[in-house]
Design a protein around this ligand. Sequence first.
Ligand code: SF4
Ligand code: SF4
Length: 100
Amino acid sequence: MSSPPPTPLDPGIALRLDAPQCVGCAICADVCPTRALVLTPVDLLPVWLPEACTACRICERQCPTAAITVQGRPRRRAAPSARPAATAGAAALPGPRDAT
Ligand code: SF4
Ligand code: SF4
């Protein structure tokens, strides 16, 4: 039986990546305080972990190419036990070929 796709703890939170604008600099992953963004090793695009995201918008503000848009009201940081330990709960963001 497959697991349901991961969703933010707050369903009003969403993160959109404008993949063609992304240059793979990893700043977003570096500045995210909850490690809700990780860069894929192959294409260097950020992958969002919605369960860890607090909608703080730090990534949105720090991205040098304005490739990230965060929606939703900021919420308090999830308890450590509620946060994913790895990328197993990652939500797929559109890659360069997916964005039209
Ligand atoms: S900070 Fe912006 S350009 Fe850099 S990897 Fe993240 S989304 Fe891409
Ligand atoms: S909005 Fe904040 S918590 Fe969510 S991915 Fe961006 S930096 Fe991380």
